[in-house]
Design a protein around this ligand. Structure first.
Ligand SMILES: [Cu+2]
Length: 354
């Protein structure tokens, strides 16, 4: 491990760059509970939770300049896999004592090719005393948008989930991040547990459970805000718009189960899984043939429709929503114990299909 923060090697001119700092701040959550949080913030985001949404495009060079007012911290780009210096894992590179500019370039997708393309849902988090720092709030959404390929045009108001993937409606694109709080952890200090003392980081016993996130395109980052929805609009089939895309992220240390339900609580098979951990589902059973995304196949039986999604910590799923009937649907989220499977918390979100 290096003792001093190095300079960025092979520094290029970026297409997107952001300055990120770290702050300690008390935030009030939707149930009225107040916790001391450690958060990332940009020059314009204010100190809120989760950290600012970062959204580079494939092929664009991305810079994040980090100069923590207090530290040390790092930023790990979970799932992006840049070179070790720019991947923010402290133990295999360095922690940022003064400042560092992370630089990476998401790989462009190629039609029908499962081995290329970074577009999808990720997140970033601090990787110093990670168990504690991530739970304290040092994390935020990272979405990679695809290049536009010949043969895959995009209608106004739409975007594709990945280069050769399905179009979705930008206005109803959402991100849902499950988060939970063990208040005891929020009284620990920056380096708690690092010198061999037992501060109980093997015991995560949350008693507050939150569905955070909301509509990505209309998120208002501002001082003191906890970004959390109470209901979300969804495009019903046949309303003339593209489907709605929901990006799911398990941002806590418990497994989550998500149930899409009708208003009466019966299962609603309206969620189509199109990607997992930034990788699209593709049809790969014919050797040598193009690996067409399952969501682009004409045969409706090839589409991965479900009413339930089970996720572990840090896992992401992208789901297309296009319910056949207008009305109110419910998204029920359960937080379950790792070992016993017992449900520890339950929250619901209304989905309004029109
Ligand atoms: Cu940190």
């Amino acid at each position: 491990m290096q003792q001093k923060t190095p300079e960025t090697q092979f520094l290029q001119t970026p297409q997107l760059s952001v300055n990120l700092d770290v702050a300690n701040r008390k935030l009030t959550f939707p149930d009225g509970a107040e916790f001391l949080m450690w958060v990332f913030h940009s020059d314009t985001s204010g100190r809120g939770f989760p950290g600012p949404t970062l959204r580079p495009k494939e092929r664009d060079i991305f810079h994040a300049r980090v100069e923590p007012s207090m530290g040390p911290h790092t930023i790990h780009w979970h799932g992006m896999e840049p070179d070790p210096r720019n991947d923010g894992v402290g133990h295999t590179s360095f922690e940022i004592e003064d400042h560092y500019t992370y630089q990476w370039q998401p790989e462009p997708g190629r039609a029908g090719n499962p081995n290329y393309g970074a577009a999808g849902t990720y997140f970033y988090h601090c990787h110093v005393n990670t168990t504690l720092h991530a739970q304290m709030g040092l994390l935020g959404p990272l979405v990679i948008d695809p290049v536009v390929l010949d043969g895959f045009p995009v209608a106004p108001g739409n975007r594709r989930a990945f280069a050769d993937g399905p179009e979705y409606d930008i206005a109803t694109e959402s991100l849902i991040m499950m988060y939970s709080v063990d208040p005891r952890w929020h009284s620990l200090h920056h380096a708690a547990g690092l010198s061999g003392e037992d501060v109980g980081l093997n015991r995560f016993e949350p008693d507050h459970f939150y569905i955070t996130g909301g509509l990505l395109n209309s998120r208002k980052e501002r001082e003191g805000a906890v970004w959390a929805p109470t209901e979300l609009p969804v495009n019903v089939k046949g309303n003339g718009k593209a489907p709605s895309l929901m990006r799911l992220l398990d941002g806590n240390y418990l497994p989550n189960k998500l149930y899409f339900l009708h208003e009466d609580g019966s299962p609603a098979r309206i969620a189509e899984l199109i990607a997992h951990d930034g990788r699209p589902y593709r049809h790969t059973t014919i050797p040598g043939a193009p690996a067409i995304p399952t969501s682009m196949l004409e045969d409706p039986r090839a589409h991965l429709l479900t009413h339930v999604v089970a996720m572990g910590a840090a896992e992401r799923y992208d789901v297309l929503l296009r319910p056949p009937e207008a009305g109110t649907y419910r998204l029920r989220v359960e937080w379950n114990h790792w070992i016993t499977g017992k449900t520890l918390g339950r929250r619901e979100l209304k989905l309004i299909a029109s």
